[in-house]
Design a protein around this ligand. Structure first.
Ligand code: FAD
Length: 303
């Protein structure tokens, strides 16, 4: 094997988790190739919040700074491209890129995130990340005491409405069809001045991603200024599934305490393994897995 093509670690996904891992590994003098297809999940949001030192900056600007700092380490390289396959070959892994290039590494890290599955409601996609939001910790403060809607049903809808109530006195839970809330949940929502509306949503009227009206199939429109919801999601990268990596019930990559997946030598970090989705959390996860991969390689060498 040509040693120049053999990396200690190939990181698939060069966003917050992947770049953070690359920094830990670069500082540990590991040779690292970061492969990234340029599709982070928060690309729809004009501003990122709740990430100290970068408050309110566009996510792509934060990533550009992170990439520049990480690439200062001489053993770290970055490749724009889509990883299409990871093939275990003895103690190594061969990684195939969409332009037919192949690279080999001792370890692989998936920092590939998830894809939110946007519902087929006209106007929804345009508002996602701008006025339809996934997380009150990231975007709730900008909506304080505005007229807010939660889109959800059943226990998930109840829990999200309960949380969002912390940010506003004017809150409605839209179940978009017959409510599956329990009588106790409806009682508690009403007690805390949260209205429940069951009418089916027809469309969201918007202008540049700002909600103008929530239009129903059978009644007059409503005019929330922001909507919070939790969308279903899938892993952004299908290679972990193709490799047969064990997944959790909720659809995350299962990892051990050492953040190693069910195939030895393969690790995961960031949104691909956690329901807690924030930049700070993804950076922390990448930072941790970088150190753990380095320790794993030290233990293999130091025998
Ligand atoms: C709309 C929205 C707004 C958000 N706003 C905030 C906010 O304000 N503050 C905050 O703290 N958090 C926010 N978040 C959450 C935060 O963006 C995520 O937690 C964070 O981006 C996760 O980082 P990650 O590196 O794990 O995954 P991502 O950032 O999703 O990155 C995954 C990377 O993997 C790459 N990739 C995937 N498959 C492949 C492949 N096969 N080959 C090569 N590359 C691949 C993608 O191109 C992408 O760059 C927001 C999320 C969303 C959806």
């Amino acid at each position: 094997m040509n040693d120049r093509q053999l990396y200690d670690v190939i990181i698939i996904g060069g966003s917050f988790a992947g770049l953070s891992a690359a920094m830990s590994l670069g500082r540990s003098r590991r040779t690292v190739l970061v492969i990234d297809s340029g599709n982070p999940c928060n690309k729809y949001a004009p501003e990122a919040h709740n990430f100290m030192t970068n408050e309110g900056r566009p996510p792509f600007d934060i990533l550009a700074d992170a990439k520049a700092q990480v690439l200062n380490y001489p053993t770290v390289s970055f490749l724009e491209g889509l990883a299409e396959d990871v093939i275990p070959k003895g103690n190594f892994f061969e990684i195939e890129i969409n332009d037919s290039q192949k690279f080999t590494s001792r370890k692989v890290l998936f920092a590939t995130g998830v894809t939110d599955l946007i519902p087929n409601i006209p106007g929804f996609a345009e508002c996602w990340g701008k006025s339809i939001l996934h997380c009150p910790y990231c975007h709730g403060f900008e909506s304080v005491n505005k007229k807010i809607a939660v889109l959800g049903n059943g226990d998930m809808g109840f829990e999200l409405a309960k949380v969002i109530r912390q940010w506003t006195d004017s809150l409605t839970l839209y179940t978009n069809g017959t409510s599956t809330l329990s009588p106790d949940e409806v009682f508690m929502l009403n007690k805390h001045n949260i209205k429940v509306v069951e009418n089916e949503i027809d469309a969201i009227e918007e202008e540049g991603g700002t909600i103008k009206a929530l239009v129903f199939k059978d009644t007059d429109p409503d005019y929330p200024e922001a909507i919070f919801t939790q969308l279903p999601f899938k892993q952004q990268c299908s290679i972990p599934e193709k490799l047969g990596l064990e997944m959790t019930e909720k659809g995350f990559i299962f990892v051990s305490k050492c953040m190693e997946a069910s195939v030895p030598g393969i690790f995961a970090a960031g949104d691909s393994l956690s329901l807690f989705r924030s930049i700070a959390h993804a950076v922390a996860s990448g930072n941790k897995v970088g150190a753990l991969i380095n320790k794993c390689m030290i233990d293999e060498f130091f025998v």
